[in-house]
Design a binder for this molecule. Structure first.
Ligand code: NOJ
Length: 680
């Protein structure tokens, strides 16, 4: 025994001696669940690795860069120093899925230097949480590298275990608006992030990025087996990224969770990796809210954006929406088609858009005043058709106009059929390239100066920048409800469940739910039930939630509409209670301004019964559960058919419940359940 101990001590000494002169450097997460190591191989090439409870999650994966005008930065490197730090803090969100976010991580910073005469320096900063990690490369100021022209980032993720992946294609013309592929991990092609994986032993992983600032968005390309490589969104004018030193890359993020619900909680890492808020007074001018709008009728094609007999954005029609909003407690009214530029082929170039004045049919001044007199605001709209050259030229004036009229939020849009935009220098640029990452922040910063919140459609993906810029309140960035008006196919029921465990890991989405008519263009049926439309307000988070249907449709369904009126858009806590990617999801959220809880559940095209314990409720308190459920013909039996009226069969019940009680959720195919737990 004594010999064994001596031997063990000797091995430890050896290991210690080796670590003092060379890699690997390692860091573990606060509870020791995850362990990260970084090494340089015989050629001086850095490789990183991740284990979870001793099992390899990510095998040896490369780091490095190919530069346009300088030798590549990826080998002949040595580790010259390593520093460690820890954090265990909690910070408050002005609005969000939860009021307080915990940031508990261990950090390792490793400095690499080239052994060759250039002696260029890179720094790897890694933050290890118990449910994931972020790392980024920092380019400090140095004599032999002044400007980095990055054509390729060599960052890799070699997923060790076989499994399934949920992903949309990266670098395609329709940006992020695709249905999710579900394939073996080894069959992914080139994907956008977040991309979600479930390994054969049930581990859930997601890869994304945090704090995408002045850099190209990262796509992931499967290289071989299960090894993925970063591919930077290309630029139309040269290298993907051009930056003067010093600068840092965005954080490359890997979430690691035991099950699908836990993955949604791990996503707090993305917020933690972003810088604190630059708008300390945001709460005094942005409050989460619900809105209605002159919108769905254009998607139904019963009204038009273009001027003419079917124009939706008329003064009279907008007054009707303002009255509706005031009567039912909606805070704002979105109006699309209020400005010149929609006539003709507006998709084509966006040359004709004018953001500084309304059409003759829309009394912008009078309507903003009328809205304000009723406690409602107009929500602005800037559709650019991807012409950021035209938009940036008018940006200050356009935002000044809104500020003067009390229009304190704006939906922007970048519809352009080639997945890209026309940049100020006239070049073509991808919607998620470096140019567009700069553009979006420019709009958000200019809007912040004028106390205006921004909600881009066809955006760059969310990477948690709402922490730094909390006026960047939502975005689209996925197939939204509009596809249920005119899409072919429409969003199948599994799509919204896919979103919960993929796109939604990135941040809020302006999905625009609440189509109680359940019909799209020409009366075509939407593959959803009425209860599911209500559940979406809880399942798909956004601090601005639209009641997207026509006022006359809400008038037909007053009881179901009540839930839309009641459900908050701001939460003090959120808990994913159950779910499987693409199959079903159950989420409970606590209202930020009361003691009430809300629950949303949704299923794919399979009917499902789920039993839950109401553990999230406060002990010793009674709640009136107001339940909106798919009507059954008998326990677990549904006649719901997406092609006929039965999908509107909703049953509204009241039941008193308390913490710990068993609670039954039963959902029709494509259905869901929405519950308000009103604290008594
Ligand atoms: C696409 C957006 O997603 C939709 O909401 C908007 O109505 C149209 N573009 C027109 O801007």
């Amino acid at each position: 025994m004594r010999n064994l101990l001596l031997l063990a001590a000797g091995l430890l000494l050896l290991a210690g001696a080796r670590a003092a002169v060379a890699a690997p450097e390692t860091v573990s997460s606060p509870s020791g669940t995850l362990s990260f190591s970084i090494d340089v191989n015989g050629e001086g090439r850095p490789d990183w690795m991740l284990t979870r409870k001793g099992d390899i999650v990510i095998g040896k994966s490369r780091l490095g860069f190919i530069l346009a005008d300088a030798p590549k930065l990826e080998r002949n490197l040595e580790i010259v120093s390593a520093e460690r730090r820890s954090a265990d803090t909690r910070w408050e969100q002005p609005w969000g899925e939860r009021r307080y976010v915990t940031d508990r991580h261990n950090e390792l910073t490793v400095t690499f230097r080239e052994k060759t005469p250039l002696k260029r320096i890179l720094r790897l900063r890694v933050r290890l949480f118990d449910d994931g990690l972020g790392f980024r490369i920092e380019f400090p100021e140095q004599p032999n590298l002044k400007t980095a022209r990055i054509v390729e980032e060599l960052t890799e993720f070699d997923i060790a275990e076989a499994g399934k992946a949920w992903w949309i294609p990266g670098g395609e013309w329709n940006r992020y608006e695709y249905l999710y592929n579900r394939t073996p991990i080894s069959e992914v092609g080139q994907a956008h992030t977040p991309i979600t994986f479930r390994t054969d032993t049930g581990l859930h992983l997601a890869i994304h990025e945090a704090s995408l600032v002045d850099y190209a968005g990262m796509w992931l390309r499967k290289v071989e087996g299960q090894r993925f490589k970063a591919r930077l969104s290309p630029s139309g004018t040269g290298p993907s990224v051009v930056r003067d030193l010093p600068f840092t890359t965005p954080w490359r993020v890997l979430l690691v969770a035991e099950n699908a619900p836990a993955l949604t909680h791990a996503a707090d890492i993305i917020l933690n990796l972003n810088e604190p808020s630059r708008i300390p007074d945001i709460k005094s001018w942005f409050t989460p809210h619900k809105y209605v709008g002159v919108w769905w009728e254009m998607h139904l094609d019963t009204a038009t954006w273009a001027t003419g007999p079917k124009l939706g954005a008329t003064t009279a029609n907008t007054r009707r929406y303002i009255d509706f909003a005031a009567k039912h407690g909606f805070r704002s009214v979105l109006v699309e088609g209020w400005n010149p530029g929609w006539d003709g082929d507006w998709f084509a170039t966006g040359h004709d858009f004018d953001f500084t004045k309304p059409t003759p049919y829309f009394d912008l001044e009078g309507l903003s005043k009328y809205a304000m007199s009723k406690g409602v605001r107009i929500m602005g709209h800037h559709e650019t058709a991807g012409n950021i050259k035209v938009y940036e030229r008018q940006l200050s004036q356009a935002l000044d106009l809104y500020q003067r009229l009390g229009v304190d939020s704006v939906k922007t849009g970048y519809v352009a059929d080639a997945g890209g935009v026309q940049a100020p220098d006239g070049s073509f640029q991808w919607h998620d390239g470096q140019v567009q990452s700069r553009h979006h922040l420019k709009v958000v910063e200019e809007a912040a100066k004028r106390c205006i919140a921004v909600n881009p459609h066809e955006p760059i993906k969310d990477t948690g920048l709402r922490r730094t810029w909390p006026n960047w309140v939502a975005r689209e960035g996925a197939r939204g409800m509009e596809y249920n008006a005119w899409g072919d196919p429409k969003n199948p029921p599994h799509h919204e469940i896919d979103l919960v465990f993929t796109r939604m890991l990135a941040g809020p989405m302006d999905y625009t739910p609440g189509i109680l008519s359940l019909t799209g263009r020409g009366g075509t049926p939407i593959p959803s039930t009425m209860a599911r439309q209500l559940a979406l307000y809880v399942l798909i988070y956004s601090p601005i939630q639209m009641a997207a249907d026509l006022p006359e449709n809400y008038a037909k369904h007053p009881s179901a509409f009540q839930f839309i009126k009641d459900v908050p858009a701001d939460w003090s806590d959120s808990r994913a209670l159950a779910g499987e990617v693409g199959e079903f999801a159950v989420i409970a959220r606590k209202d930020r301004n009361s003691e009430d809880w809300y629950l949303g559940a949704g299923t794919d095209d399979t009917a499902r019964e789920i039993w839950l314990n109401l553990d999230f409720l406060e002990p010793g308190r009674l709640y009136a559960a107001e339940i909106y459920r798919d009507a059954e013909n008998g326990p677990g039996r549904f006649t719901t058919d997406f092609r006929n009226e039965s999908r509107s069969n909703i049953l509204i019940q009241q039941l008193n419940v308390a913490k710990g009680e068993r609670f039954r959720i039963a959902m029709a195919p494509g259905g869901g359940m929405a519950v308000r737990f009103r604290a008594l």
